[in-house]
Design a protein around this ligand. Structure first.
Ligand code: NAP
Length: 195
């Protein structure tokens, strides 16, 4: 079983994330991709993050129509800061020793991986896949050759920060996020006060 583990804050999830998961699933022949919204991203002290439950529900809404995609509460339900090593340990025990895990996230986030908790174990537990928009130049994360795959995904021209900024200035976000996520953001009044 080849399982993608799509880690992100997803504040909010957008069509770029869905396109990236689909592209990685195709590239590696993954049977499923589990989206794992971060519970408490400890490195984001500089801005308010939407409640984990809102980010989790938006992720469920966005992925509901694709049979390859599921959502895990592992990071949302684990108390304390979110560390990827804990995410992968949880997913490993859920899927069993035979599952091959592929941890997918933004290539920029992977740049800092050597400073992550138990970075060696993270690399043993999963193959790392960094997704990025075409033409984006990455700084060298200093990882061993072959331990990480980088994939260009044109739809990643969309970003969560741009979606938040558009909501704050009352610009449309239809066609950047799934319709259900657009409705959820409006219903809950998310991002209106984004600076
Ligand atoms: P981030 O720093 O907010 O994101 C950096 C860039 O990557 C942004 O452009 C972001 O765009 C993009 N990105 C993030 N997740 C993505 C995804 N799944 N697919 C495509 N692009 C993505 O990153 P983050 O959300 O805080 O963290 C990403 C993952 O790394 C999470 O699972 C987090 O738990 C993990 N992480 C672990 C540690 C640790 O263990 N110590 C430290 C940092 C991060 P968008 O804003 O548009 O998504």
């Amino acid at each position: 079983m080849r399982v993608g583990v799509m880690g992100g804050t997803f504040d909010p999830i957008h069509l770029g994330h869905l396109a990236a998961a689909s592209e990685v699933a195709h590239h590696f022949g993954l049977q499923t991709v589990v989206f794992v919204p971060a519970g408490s991203p400890w490195q984001k002290a500089d801005r308010d993050i939407s409640p984990a439950e809102d980010r989790y529900l938006m992720t469920v809404i966005a992925t509901a129509a694709d049979p390859r995609f599921t959502v895990s509460r592992a990071d949302v339900d684990r108390p304390g800061p979110t560390y990827t090593v804990d995410t992968l340990r949880d997913l490993r025990s859920e899927w069993g020793a035979d599952a091959e895990l592929f941890f997918i996230t933004g290539a920029d986030a992977l740049n800092d991986i050597l400073s992550w908790r138990d970075a060696d174990e993270v690399q043993r537990l999963a193959h790392l896949v960094g997704v990025t928009r075409p033409g984006h130049v990455l700084s060298d994360p200093g990882l061993a050759p072959g331990s990480v795959t980088l994939l260009d995904v044109p739809a990643l021209a969309i970003s969560s920060s741009e979606v938040r900024a558009r909501v704050a200035r009352d610009a449309p976000i239809s066609y950047l996020v799934p319709a259900g996520v657009d409705n959820y953001i409006a219903k809950r009044g998310l991002y209106r006060d984004t600076p």
